[in-house]
Design a protein around this ligand. Structure first.
Ligand code: HEM
Length: 398
């Protein structure tokens, strides 16, 4: 799923194409530049130190957020190029900020899989983990906290699922929702064929719980991130706030926004798209090569991890021009991938745009909003891109 800055440790069952120095030579022979391998932590120590100091800093609203958001990644790309490498311990990690290569990687899940850190896996689960690789667990303070949170969440979800299961057994009418579809699959989990053999075909209750967790984590903070940045941008660009409010007024008046009329919200849609470009809630994705594989005109050995730097790409002047950091665009190119691409593209993207349009329209109908002078602008990738110091706003009732 979405990228993490947290140090991740691949399990030793993952096959690597060679020792660090050999891998480094192979990567350099492909024309790639990067940091020299340093035993044993590679770039991790420097990266963590820099992330901690970067996290505290604030920047101007109109500034390029990438150096702040991406810290060490940004510096490596600036120094060694859009496609360059660094080291997570003895494992090389390619930074990829070239849209053609990102598309290629995302469209070949057989060769480039999602290597997920245990930190994400502890809390989430679900379809995103349906692949071969296994990843190890590092008992850090954060991971222990996440595990405790997970136990609590697991209990909570189990309660909801049990309740639904009992209602199904009593023959009550079920709501036509995601949990209903998952439970329907579970009801087929074990069935008997004509010869009396038991076949496992559907999802187990644990699978159902994992799916619920994954949808919750994939969909809640990302949506919150989109809305908060859209509002920050509308505070920064009050003329667009006025234009958006005028449009909402034209389309809905004082009525509650209706699903059918959402397509008329052109300005609101543009604002959300632009927010997703400047502040993508999932600003990086990760992949790992599962075998020696061709990528562009390079040959990448097995076991090379990749960070797809969507957030850097979204502000790259080579694609967006010198005004890449300015709001107000309206034309999107191959360099725009807030929801990923390829087979694993976000399955919630339509839903989230509907939700966000309704929410923003209702806020615009009811309030004028602005940032207080105390607002500190510090976007940071804490699993999702969020304002580290929050985004307090002054709302004036209309
Ligand atoms: C602004 C909000 C959202 C953003 C920016 C976003 C972004 C993304 C991205 C970039 C990916 C691809 C990750 C990768 O390839 O490594 C992804 C996958 C996914 N998203 Fe979203 N997402 C959002 C909201 C949602 C919502 C609301 C849901 C569900 C209700 C959702 C469900 C999923 C699922 C299930 C996947 C995994 C698909 C797969 O692996 O086959 N997302 N999302």
């Amino acid at each position: 799923m979405y990228g993490f800055f947290i140090f991740e440790i691949p399990n030793y069952s993952v096959r690597y194409g060679g020792k660090p120095r050999e891998l480094e030579n192979i990567l350099r022979q492909q024309g790639l530049n990067g940091t020299p391998y340093r035993p044993f932590l590679g770039d991790v120590k420097n990266m963590m130190r820099l992330n901690e100091t970067d996290k505290q800093k604030t920047i101007n609203l109109s500034e390029d957020a990438s150096p702040h958001v991406f810290g060490y990644y940004y510096r490596t790309v600036a120094k060694y190029g859009k496609n360059s490498f660094m080291w997570f311990g003895p494992w090389p990690r390619l930074n990829v900020a070239d849209p053609e290569l990102i598309k290629e990687i995302l469209s070949r899940p057989d060769a480039f899989q999602q290597p997920l850190p245990e930190t994400g896996k502890i809390l989430t689960g679900g379809i995103v983990f349906l692949q071969d690789e296994k990843w190890g667990y590092l008992p850090t303070k954060l991971n222990r906290k996440l595990k405790a949170m997970n136990n609590e969440l697991q209990l909570l979800l189990k309660g909801i699922v049990d309740k639904r299961q009992k209602a199904m057994e009593r023959g009550e009418a079920m709501p036509n929702d995601l949990l209903g579809a998952l439970m329907e699959s579970n009801s087929r989990f074990i069935n008997e064929d004509n010869d009396g053999n038991q076949n496992v075909v559907g999802m187990s209750i644990d699978d159902v719980i994992d799916e619920c967790k994954f949808f919750y984590f994939a969909g809640s903070k990302t949506t919150a991130s989109l809305l908060v940045w859209a509002m920050v941008l509308l505070c920064q660009n009050p003329d667009w706030q006025t234009r958006a409010r005028e449009e909402v007024d034209r389309v809905f008046g004082n009525e509650e926004p209706s699903f059918e009329s959402l397509t008329h919200l052109k300005t609101v849609t543009m604002i959300l798209q632009e927010s997703l470009r400047l502040y993508p809630p999932a600003p990086l994705m990760t992949r790992g090569s599962t075998k020696t594989v061709k990528l562009g005109n390079m040959t990448i050995p097995s076991g090379v991890h990749m960070t797809l730097l969507i957030g850097i790409l979204h502000r790259d002047p080579d694609f967006w021009g010198d005004d890449a950091n300015d709001f107000e665009r309206g034309k999107y190119s191959i360099g725009y991938m807030p929801f990923g691409a390829g087979q694993r593209v976000c399955i919630g993207q339509n839903l989230v745009l509907i939700e966000a349009k309704i929410a923003l329209a209702m806020i615009l109908q009811s309030f004028l909003f602005e940032l207080p002078p105390s607002y500190l602008h510090a976007p940071f990738n804490d699993i999702n891109l969020l304002p580290i110091y929050g985004a307090p706003m002054i709302l004036r009732s209309l």
